[in-house]
Design a protein around this ligand. Structure first.
Ligand SMILES: Cc1cc2nc3c(=O)[nH]c(=O)nc-3n(C[C@H](O)[C@H](O)[C@H](O)COP(=O)(O)OP(=O)(O)OC[C@H]3O[C@@H](n4cnc5c(N)ncnc54)[C@H](O)[C@@H]3O)c2cc1C
Length: 401
């Protein structure tokens, strides 16, 4: 009987844990190395678009994610000051069109859910990878404590500031977008019945705000984006200053700003953009998730793409266990064109969300209304290529090795 593949995954975030789950389901031997000393519950909400839920279905986790997250009735986009509805989509329609709904979940809950399916023995905490190398028949990861780990394949799922990516492909040059975000979580009891159960967005000049429930409706997550030239730290954990937030959005609709008023703690981070990489794999080392394709959040695809990567990577490795290097190239060929297109699409969506002149906003809203009217018959076709993807059924054997 062929020996099972041994895989080292660097990073215990959503992408790394999803990869571990997908590989364990296919009988591979997996060890996940996470730099933090615990899988701490940190971060805000994540949107799971239909393609993310379809990928979770392939991992046997769709129902769990829906149970731990929140199922909104639909999506609504409103104008920043008047609250006029620009766009409304029902998730019933998503089920009919894409075979899955859209849900929202706390990042910590998603991470916990994935971690529950990775045995403790496969998880090494407090293990910071400093460097990786590809040897003729193995990938090797080196750690800050001086230890090393040799595997058939090493996967860099170590996020936006990936050490694996830097060590294999050199430093990347992200550029500051001129945008920053605040984010916060509010106990829903502080807003009794005041915020409808929809994934909501407010589009205004120079910025937009989104909010939705997570954790079965117990918490409301919000993220507020605004153009700025004064804040440039790309960190998920820097505390924000509430009076500054309230002053920035003081002219926005009161239905929205009351959410800020009842928020106790907020965080802020600057948004950086990166060009798509030309390759992800060298020999026995590859990248997955944000380390391969960190993207702006405007299409809500960061977590979704990392889960899709996980499903496809596990499938190609299972198809060609004797040829891991060819399998990694096949994975890259299947995934990189899609994630690059999404990275660029997210950049364009950010531009559309923040139009500053009244005339350009009027033209945008009128064109959306027109497309929506046609879409009553044809569906939200502009996102169908993203939402309709089934990561559990990608024809992995089609590319030449
Ligand atoms: C703390 C945090 C909070 C976040 N909050 C949000 C949020 O509120 N909303 C949102 O939409 N997205 C958030 N994200 C991003 C979102 O989770 C990712 O875009 C998406 O899930 C892709 O996941 P990933 O596994 O590729 O990367 P990540 O989720 O970033 O996971 C990478 C993991 O690798 C670990 N790691 C990094 N470097 C090393 C190293 N050298 N050695 C070992 N381990 C390493 C990190 O500690 C982390 O656990 C957050 C990410 C982080 C890390």
């Amino acid at each position: 009987m062929a020996r099972s593949l041994r895989i080292g995954v660097i990073g215990g975030g959503i992408g790394g844990l999803a990869a571990a789950r997908a590989m364990l389901m296919r009988g591979m031997e997996v060890v996940v190395f996470e730099q933090a000393s615990g899988l701490i519950e940190f971060g805000g909400g994540l949107v799971l678009t239909p393609n993310a839920l379809t990928a979770l279905r392939a991992l046997g986790l769709e129902e769990r994610a829906l149970a731990d997250g929140f199922e909104s009735t639909g999506q609504v986009v409103r104008s920043w000051r008047s609250g006029r509805v620009i766009l409304r989509n029902s998730f019933e329609r998503y089920r009919a069109l894409f075979g899955a709904t859209s849900a929202t979940i706390h990042r910590g809950d998603m991470q916990k859910l994935l971690a529950a399916f990775v045995p403790e023995s496969a998880l090494r905490l407090a293990s910071r990878c400093t460097e990786v190398e590809s040897r003729p028949h193995a990938g090797v990861a080196h750690f800050a404590d001086g230890s090393e780990f040799e595997a058939d394949v090493v996967v860099g799922a170590d996020g936006i500031h990936s050490a694996v990516r830097s060590s294999v492909f050199g430093p990347q040059n992200p550029h500051f977008t001129g945008l920053m975000c605040w984010r916060g979580l509010v106990d829903s009891r502080r807003l009794p019945g005041l915020v409808p159960p929809e994934q909501s967005a407010w589009w205004g000049p120079h910025g937009h705000v989104v909010h939705y429930y997570v954790r079965r409706g117990e918490l409301l997550n919000w993220v507020a984006h605004i153009e700025t030239d004064s804040w440039t730290e790309e960190s998920w954990s820097t505390p924000g200053y509430a009076p500054e937030l309230r002053a920035t959005y003081k002219h926005w609709n009161h239905q929205l700003t009351r959410i800020f008023e009842v928020t106790e703690h907020c965080y802020k981070w600057a948004l950086y953009d990166r060009e798509p990489l030309r390759e992800w794999s060298r020999g026995r080392v590859t990248l997955l998730g944000d380390s391969a394709h960190a993207m702006l959040p405007y299409l809500a695809q960061g977590a979704a793409q990392s889960i899709e990567d996980a499903c496809v990577l596990a499938a190609v490795l299972a198809d060609a266990p004797e040829e891991p290097e060819a399998a990694l190239k096949r994975y890259e060929g299947l995934r990189l064109p899609r994630t690059s297109r999404i990275q660029l699409g997210a950049r364009e969506r950010g531009r559309i969300n923040h139009l500053s002149s009244r005339w350009s906003r009027f033209r945008r809203d009128a064109s959306i209304a027109c497309r929506n009217w046609i879409g009553a018959k044809t569906g939200p076709q502009d996102l169908a290529w993203i939402y309709g993807y089934d990561a559990g059924n990608v024809p992995t054997g089609e590319l030449a090795a």
